[in-house]
Design a protein around this ligand. Structure first.
Ligand SMILES: Cc1cc2nc3c(=O)[nH]c(=O)nc-3n(C[C@H](O)[C@H](O)[C@H](O)COP(=O)(O)O)c2cc1C
Length: 177
């Protein structure tokens, strides 16, 4: 099984990229490919820009990467209660290539932030609209207070309770075709 994972952020030190990477590593026997949104540079989406340049290659590459996956793990960063501009921009371009951006793949949605809210607002938004974008949502989990709960040096969760919650969430992929 190939798992494609990414943090929905363009921050070089993205905690959501770290979480997505860790979560994907829990899928036993899977080949994991971690995407970095910085590898998909795109101008700001607008219909006029689209009329001018068509479907840009980075957006096509992103859609193709998702299409190559047997399962997708995305961890959402929250900016002002919603998606980061970088992810929303990439998503908008991708949706014009294939409205079903997730191409009916099994998807795990995660989200984390340094604060107690754990990016739960953006997570709820993503899960709520997932069906319109071809995501077969298998599970979702918000992890609050990332720096308290994640050992950055070891790259693992410190909290046994959250570790179990994440393992439970990820286990829904073990049976995915
Ligand atoms: C413009 C901006 C807005 C933010 N808004 C929120 C927010 O609404 N909720 C939240 O939990 N954290 C918010 N944060 C803090 C982010 O959760 C934090 O920067 C986190 O590291 C982002 O995830 P990332 O490291 O994966 O990019 C905000 C940060 C920035 C820069």
């Amino acid at each position: 099984m190939k798992v494609v994972a990414f943090g929905a952020s363009n921050s070089k030190a993205s905690i959501n990229k770290k979480l997505a990477t860790y979560a994907a590593s829990m899928v036993e026997g899977a080949q994991v490919e971690v995407l970095d949104l910085n590898d998909y540079p795109l101008p700001l989406f607008g219909e006029d820009k689209e009329a001018e340049i068509g479907q840009p290659q980075p957006a096509k590459s992103f859609v193709d990467k998702l299409g190559s996956a047997d399962a997708i793990v995305v961890s959402l960063a929250e900016h002002n209660g919603s998606y980061t501009a970088a992810y929303k921009n990439l998503f908008d371009w991708a949706s014009r290539i294939n409205r079903e951006v997730f191409q009916q793949k099994p998807v795990i949605y995660l989200a984390t932030s340094p604060g107690p809210g754990g990016a739960a607002s953006v997570l709820a938004s993503a899960v709520g609209s997932a069906q319109f974008f071809g995501a077969d949502v298998k599970g979702s989990l918000s992890i609050p207070s990332f720096y308290d709960n994640f050992d950055l040096e070891a790259g693992v969760l410190k909290s046994e309770v959250i570790q179990q919650q994440l393992a439970q969430t990820m286990s829904t992929l073990f049976t995915a075709e």
